[in-house]
Every structure is written in structure tokens, then in C-alpha cells.
Ligand binder design. Structure first.
Ligand code: SF4
Length: 386
């Protein structure tokens, strides 16, 4: 096994381990260190980093944890990521949290916030309210104010002042991370035979649970190694996978899809890639972060911005990736995702772009059906394009 494969394997092991080994390692190296957990989709991790905290993305447990206690506290018809994240906390696996932030992405998480507040009095849980109207002239000021409110809480939690200089230094670290991720995705788009979607996914996801400086070093090495791969282009259709912005599809589901197609772009873990350009490091850092969230960002079903019609954004993603087709997926029980699926498919149909609709749940363990669907879809297109 080569060095690149070893790195990918290590990242996979890291992201599949519900005991958060990288976080515990960081705590062992930083006695007294504090961890800020944040739920999907996007959180400006620079706010925590600037106070010396480790920001950690909490995004469910996949099929690694059985829901035992969460179902007694939250309705069983709520999506899996909300229930399994709560289970992680109730079972003590998130005992490292000093603060938990839930962005106001949907009704399910807004309601879950109260459950977290009642069940975990040992750390504050707060909602980050993003602007309802992202196109409003007041949205940047409003959001910068929301960030300032969280900064005060972070300062209280850590006893560390979050100065403009510290924030600017943190923004620079995360700018570098976003740049490296953009490069990873460029390779996947342009030469998907050199880097599979699953590899890119676990490499990206590892950043959500480890210090970002460490992740930057890891990505730099990966980018060096990936160009040296001897892999050859294969005759496969090129698809965009849409629907992975919040609850994550199981890794084996991605593996089954990539067995039949090249996934040349996707919205998996879009929160880690939400800001599509460097954030300015001069001027007011909170205003800069707020501006970037609203004006230099990707799209998802949980952000409402009339300047970014989502179906049109999907078409742009398909064109930019040179994709032949789309896989339009949605997590079970996810109202925003399932609703968007309808808009996406109508638009794709009108544009004459082939698509396959899939539904998933993070806890899925059998993929035979998905495999047959994807294979049939890919083969029919290969035949059509031949
Ligand atoms: S999967 Fe959908 S319903 Fe569940 S938390 Fe995410 S956006 Fe909300």
C-alpha cells in the first residue's frame, strides 16, 4: 500500500470512529483545551480557533452507533442525523464539548436545540440564527452581530480574548484549508481517475475532526502524491452527486456509485467548502466572514437566497464539472432536501439532463438495490452516448 492509500485509510478510520480519536489526542496534547462542537451545515470555525478552541463538526454517527436513548427524547420520525448526534452526546461520546452551536437550518434542528439545552446543562448549547433573507441590505450587519454574540460566549468559555488580530490569523489558516480543498475538488473534476470521490470525501471530512493546521499539512502531502498516481482514465459517465449537504450518505453507498460512474462534483460536506473564495484578512474580521457567508458562498436547500436559485446553481455545477448526468439524492425524513429534490428534477428534465433519484439514510447497511439502480442508469447512458 502506498503512502496516499495509507493516508486515505487513516482518514477513513478517523471519520468512522464515533469515539473521536483525533479530538481526544488534541485534548491530551492541550491539557485544559476546550472544544466547540457545531452541527451541520456551516459554522465559521475561525471564531473558535481564534480563542484556541478546537472546532469539531458534529454530523451524526452513520451506522456506528445504535440509537438507544435518543428515541426517548426526540421523535422517531425526525431525520437520522439529528437523532444519532443526540445519541452520541447521551452516550457520553461527546463528553469533550465545552460549547455546542446549532445553526438554524431547519425545524428539526431548531426543535432539537431545546432537547440539548435540557439534557446537557454542563455546557451551553446555542442556536446560530442565519439571516432569513440573505439578500437583504442588512444581512451582513445582522450576521456579524450574531457572530459577535457567539464570540462573547466563546470568550466566556475560554477566558481568552478574541481580538481582530487573532481572528485574522485564524481566517488565514482556514483560507489555506479552503484553497487546498478547492484544489482537491479540481483534481476530482478534471481527472477523476486520479482521485476517487470516496477518497476525496474522507480526506475532506477528516478536516471536521482534527486541527485545521494538521489537516492543511495532510492535504498538501496528498496533493503532492496524487499527481504521481499511475491511474488511467476509464470509460465511465460523469455525474454530479447532489443531496449530501447535511445528513451524510454511508461511505459504502458512495463506493457503490463510484464503481459505476465518476462522481466529478458533489455537495457532500458543503459546509466545509461553503466559502468559495478567500475571506479578507484586513478590516473587520466578523464583517468579512459574514460578507463571505452571504456573497461568496455555495448553495444548499437550507439557505434561502433569491440571488442563488438552487436548481440553476445545480445546472451551473453540472456544466462546470462537465458532467453528463446528476444523481439527485436526499436523506429520508429531510423536509428541505426532499422538497428541493422536486425542484432539481423538474429543472433537469427541462434542461434535458439525465438524472437518477435516490433516497438514503446514514444508517443504511445494504446497498445492493442502490448498486443495481446506479449500474442500470450508468449503462443506459453509456449506451446512449456511444
Ligand atoms: S437532514 Fe434535513 S431535516 Fe435533518 S437536520 Fe439536516 S436539513 Fe434538517
Amino acid at each position: 500500500m502506498g503512502e496516499l492509500e495509507r493516508i486515505v485509510d487513516d482518514c477513513r478510520a478517523l471519520v468512522e470512529d464515533p469515539s473521536y480519536p483525533a479530538v481526544r489526542r488534541w485534548l491530551a496534547d492541550h491539557p485544559g483545551g476546550k472544544v466547540l462542537g457545531h452541527f451541520q451545515v456551516y459554522f465559521p470555525e475561525e471564531l473558535a480557533h481564534a480563542a484556541g478552541m478546537l472546532p469539531v463538526k458534529i454530523m451524526g454517527a452513520g451506522s456506528t452507533v445504535q440509537i438507544r436513548q435518543a428515541d426517548a427524547r426526540i421523535a422517531a420520525f425526525v431525520c437520522s442525523i439529528v437523532r444519532s448526534s443526540l445519541e452520541l452526546a447521551l452516550s457520553g461520546r461527546l463528553d469533550f464539548l465545552s460549547l455546542f452551536v446549532i445553526p438554524s437550518i431547519c425545524d428539526a434542528v431548531r426543535n432539537a436545540c431545546g432537547v440539548w439545552v435540557r439534557n446537557f446543562p454542563q455546557f451551553p448549547t446555542r442556536v446560530l440564527y442565519f439571516p432569513q433573507n440573505a439578500a437583504s441590505a442588512h444581512a451582513v450587519d445582522y450576521l456579524a452581530g450574531e457572530y459577535a454574540r457567539l464570540v462573547r460566549l466563546i470568550e466566556e468559555t475560554t477566558g481568552q480574548p478574541v481580538t481582530a488580530e487573532r481572528l485574522a490569523a485564524s481566517i488565514a489558516v482556514f483560507n489555506e484549508n479552503r484553497r487546498l480543498l478547492r484544489e482537491l475538488y479540481r483534481i476530482k473534476r478534471e481527472t477523476p481517475w486520479l482521485l476517487s470521490a470516496l477518497e476525496a470525501y474522507v480526506l475532506t471530512r477528516a478536516g471536521g475532526v482534527m486541527p485545521r493546521e494538521e489537516h492543511n499539512a495532510l492535504l498538501r502531502r496528498v496533493l503532492e502524491l496524487v499527481g504521481q498516481r499511475p491511474a488511467k482514465r476509464q470509460d465511465r459517465i460523469r455525474v454530479v452527486f447532489e443531496g449530501g449537504y447535511c445528513e451524510q450518505p454511508p461511505l459504502d453507498m458512495l463506493a457503490v456509485i463510484q464503481d459505476a460512474c465518476y462522481i466529478v462534483d458533489d455537495d457532500l460536506l458543503i459546509g466545509l467548502r461553503w466559502l468559495v473564495d478567500d475571506v479578507a484578512t484586513d478590516g473587520d474580521p466578523l464583517a468579512n466572514l459574514a460578507w463571505a457567508y452571504l456573497n461568496a458562498s455555495s448553495y444548499s436547500p437550507v439557505q434561502h437566497d433569491p440571488r442563488k436559485p438552487r436548481a440553476e446553481m445545480l445546472l451551473r455545477r453540472l456544466r462546470a464539472a462537465g458532467a453528463d448526468a446528476a444523481i439527485v439524492a436526499a436523506p429520508k425524513m429531510c423536509e428541505p432536501g426532499l422538497e428541493e429534490q422536486v425542484h432539481y428534477t423538474r429543472t433537469l428534465e427541462a434542461a434535458g439532463i439525465p438524472y437518477l433519484v435516490l433516497e438514503f439514510e446514514e444508517t443504511m447497511t445494504t446497498f445492493e438495490q442502490v448498486g443495481i439502480q446506479v449500474e442500470t442508469f450508468a449503462e443506459s447512458l453509456l449506451f446512449e452516448f456511444a
